[in-house]
Design a binder for this molecule. Structure first.
Ligand code: NDP
Ligand code: OXD
Length: 308
């Protein structure tokens, strides 16, 4: 009964030490050391190995090291092998910090002030009270809800959008494609925290931007492929969108000659908003493996039909 881990090897050593201490019955191997491939029951991966189903013939469960599972081809996973995404408190805390940071930076015009400093310009922009800056979060899952919960302390009017109707105290919730435009028209700052699925790919496009108030801002923390990059450049050019903070890009790392690097209205970070922390995540993984072994429900089970 072996666990095979394939993600950041440095953090892998911490996972390995925690398993050695708390679950000595579950040898924890770090890719490319797969030991006896027939003994591997659990794969814990960011990017799975090629042909892992053939490579690991007795695999029972696939765990994503991250919250997202778009790196797995769900069509290839047989139905008897569950795919489980990561739900762990440190990852959520990182996302909360990043979303709060980005919203406050946008709300207080930090991108403009960074540009002004470079140009040695001393120019104030009139302050808009938080009570008049409407924030909309796309995706009301574990991460979207955590971010909204923390945002409540600032006094922004809060909106949320999801596939099914949700009820969150202090948040006006919209759902489905029928309510998408109403949601967008109420967002001065839009945060994307959706999973990447066939339905959400390219959702941050010219139609979406056009339905938002003129001069609205974008923060993308979901996946790069949510965004149609040329549509964002057009929307920034004509002033429909005033600024964008992007933690995720369609090609990572962002290519050297990409227009986003130098764009005065865009702030980029290298996919660091949330990071799974082995100190907390290893215990979540162990609990889930124990649940699987005893037939209890696993937390974070992915619905292959929905894609998240
Ligand atoms: P969850 O599965 O908990 O939540 C997903 C949310 O998105 C749900 O509210 C769901 O609706 C909604 N949703 C899914 N499809 C649609 C759709 N077609 N239309 C409208 N709403 C939809 O995911 P998490 O909150 O854990 O994570 C969200 C994503 O954040 C990850 O998939 C990943 O891409 C990204 N992420 C980015 C990180 C970074 O560092 N930048 C770090 C971690 C995650 P419903 O409630 O109806 O099911
Ligand atoms: C994740 C990520 O999905 O870090 O966890 O992007």
């Amino acid at each position: 009964m072996t666990i095979l881990y394939k993600a950041d090897p440095e953090r892998g050593l911490i996972w390995q030490a925690i398993f050695a201490e708390h679950a000595p019955d579950l040898p924890f191997l770090i890719w490319p050391d797969i030991g006896d491939a027939t003994a591997v029951r659990y794969l814990v991966a960011w990017q799975p190995p090629d042909n892992f189903l053939e490579l690991l013939p007795n695999l029972q469960v696939v765990f994503s090291v991250g919250a997202g599972v778009d790196q797995f081809d769900l069509r290839l996973l047989p139905s008897h092998i569950p795919l489980v995404r990561m739900i762990e408190p440190s990852l959520a805390e990182g996302i909360v910090e990043y979303v709060v940071l980005s919203i406050l930076a946008t709300h207080r015009n930090l991108i403009n002030y960074i540009g002004d400093q470079r140009r040695k310009q001393w120019k104030s922009i009139r302050l808009v009270p938080a009570s008049r800056r409407r924030i909309g979060v796309m995706g009301l899952g574990v991460l979207g809800r955590s971010a909204l919960d923390r945002l409540k302390t600032f006094g922004f009017p809060l909106m949320g959008w999801s596939r099914s109707q949700q009820v969150i105290e202090g948040v006006v919730c919209f759902s489905g494609s029928e309510q998408f435009r109403d949601f967008l028209s109420a967002c001065d700052i839009l945060v994307c925290l959706l999973p990447l699925t066939s339905e959400t790919r390219g959702i941050l496009n010219r139609h979406t931007f056009g339905a938002m108030p003129r001069g609205a801002a974008l923060i993308n923390v979901g996946r790069g492929a949510h965004l149609v990059e040329s549509d964002l450049l057009d929307a920034l050019e004509c002033g429909q969108i005033s600024s964008a903070i992007l933690d995720v890009l369609s090609t990572e790392p962002l290519p050297e000659n990409h227009a986003f690097w130098e764009h005065p209205g865009i702030l980029i970070t290298p996919h660091i908003a949330g990071m799974t922390q082995p100190e907390t995540a290893a215990h979540v993984l162990l609990d889930n493996i124990r649940c699987y072994q005893t037939g209890e429900p696993i937390e974070g089970m992915v619905d292959a039909n929905q894609g998240y």
